[in-house]
Design a binder for this molecule. Structure first.
Ligand SMILES: *[C@@H]1O[C@H](CO)[C@@H](O)[C@H](O)[C@H]1NC(C)=O
Length: 259
């Protein structure tokens, strides 16, 4: 009898123990899975937002563990909504900023970046590892030569609104002079026309920091008497330095950093 009781007790405690152990293991496993899944997502989203805030600078590649996340974001309707919102804010500014702008031979200017502002390079990066590999300029420029870059639709709409308001539009790009024909063809093909200047990098600009090259291009516009009302771009190096525009509008870009 005592033996039987002991046996029962032993079996019961074994069951309880294993139940507790099982529960613990399951619980832990589940918890760990959730933590690592959402932990990674949080990590990658905070990497992305800190790139946008210009806290993370000069990155050469997207962190390996975030390539999937960044690829998804840059192909998502969220990225499109973020671009749309930035452009809408620009339109709000446009509706109140510039009543003095008359157009014609005026000196009121607006500046745009080209890549990932007027034209999208997302299709290129989609087939080249979404920023996870070091940029191969030869390959990217080969793709640009094909003039297949689509327009960013909200920016295309804004471009024509700004032009309609009588601003002169200047495009300042880090693309090289050798890409001028391809760039013009591509821009016209997707619906851009009527800009006042397309400023590209010549050989002497190639070893300079982009920020200095772009600031100098603005300096030249100001010396010619232009009033720079706004800049729309996807890189901080498009806004930094003097002279400044009255307002700048940053479009998201987690694929590459130009400094
Ligand atoms: C860069 O791209 C070019 C053209 O596609 C290719 O020939 C070259 O091997 C690539 N370089 C590297 C380092 O991947």
């Amino acid at each position: 009898m005592a033996r039987k009781h002991f046996f029962l007790l032993a079996v019961t405690s074994l069951l309880i123990c294993s139940a507790v152990a099982d529960w613990n293991i399951l619980h832990q496993r589940k918890k760990n899975n959730v933590v690592s899944g959402s932990g990674l997502k949080k990590y990658c989203e905070s990497w992305r937002i800190n790139v946008e805030l210009n806290n993370i600078r000069g990155f050469e590649v997207v962190p390996q563990e975030c390539i999937g996340y960044i690829g998804k974001y840059m192909s998502s309707s969220q990225y499109k909504a973020d671009c749309e919102r930035a452009i809408e804010e620009c339109e709000v500014y446009l509706s109140s900023c510039c009543d003095s702008v008359k157009g014609g031979e005026g000196k009121d200017a607006w500046i745009f970046d080209v890549d990932d502002t007027l034209l999208s390079t997302v299709p290129y990066f989609k087939s080249h590892g979404f920023g996870g590999k070091k940029l191969n300029l030869t390959s990217l420029e080969g793709w640009m030569e094909n003039c297949k870059a689509p327009a960013l639709d909200p920016t295309l709409r804004l471009f024509h609104k700004i032009k309609g308001r009588g601003f002169k539009i200047f495009l300042i790009s880090t693309r090289r002079e050798s890409l001028r024909d391809a760039t013009v063809d591509n821009l016209i093909k997707v619906g851009y026309h009527g800009w006042s200047g397309l400023i590209l990098r010549d050989l002497s600009d190639e070893n300079r920091r982009v920020q200095h090259y772009k600031a100098e291009a603005r300096q030249k516009l100001v010396k010619e008497g232009h009033n720079i009302w706004g800049i729309v771009g996807d890189q901080w190096s498009s806004f930094d330095g003097n002279p400044k525009a009255k307002r700048t509008f940053k479009l998201p870009n987690s694929l590459y950093y130009v400094s």
